[in-house]
Design a protein around this ligand. Sequence first.
Ligand SMILES: [Zn+2]
Length: 288
Amino acid sequence: MHRLTFGDFELSVFSDGTYPLDGGAFFGVVPKVMWSRKVAADDRNYVTAGLNSLVIRMEGRMDGTHTRNLTVLVETGMGNKLSDRMIKFYGQPAQLLDNLAAGGIAPEDVDIVINSHLHFDHCGWNTIRDESGKIVPTFPRAKYYAPEGEWQYARRPSERDAISYIPENYDPLVESGQMTLLKGGEEIIPGISVETFPGHTAHMQAVMVRSQGKTACYISDLIPTAAHIDITWGMGFDLYPLQTIESKKQYYAQAIPEKWLTVFTHDAKTPWAYVEKDELGKMVAKGV
Ligand SMILES: [Zn+2]
């Protein structure tokens, strides 16, 4: 269990499970002789990818006459609605709700859900199918947030990444008004805000957590694992690889001197770390 106190917040990582991902696609143009020193591939060249959600909790918020905890869930994994074809590629671990329950969090406890972007492996548990087959919100009380540009793009994705957008994960929430679309830069509640880092997609937003002079950042697919911290180690999935490099530079220019805690969405082993530059200028991830 990864949990720590972070200023006024408590941060914890909950996983939706792991899934196999082609190592070449995961590391883009980086040669296998290099990435295979950091991550092991199986005989079909698959590596194990994680699906880390971040839970941010704050104690003692007044809600009418009751004092209750505020619970924010960043990212909702792959969910349980994948098509048979997608299951052939990725399996369908679908462990997030069980893991949240084991941590004492019921779907009704979640107040806010934030999606960094709308690829299927980031917003899958936003919704579920009820017994009658109707798509309903998994977290009935929650206010949902996602980048507006992502949602606009998802309506007409490119041929290249159309398979990654499953409208059932967000369209019913937008239609009902339960999902608010963000421009980027908004503060969602005091201490929790979003910031656009283009590259993986044009509108992906990182989630910033700030309290008592500390900053944590759920950087999503800009830096999906600790093995991707080098500026030029981008994923093959990135739609704008040169933009990924620029966004990483921008990120590190603040994150390194200010010692931000970086949360990695797809790292099955190291969900968060402090990124530092060593004497040779090489990026290193310092564990927590
Ligand atoms: Zn993505």
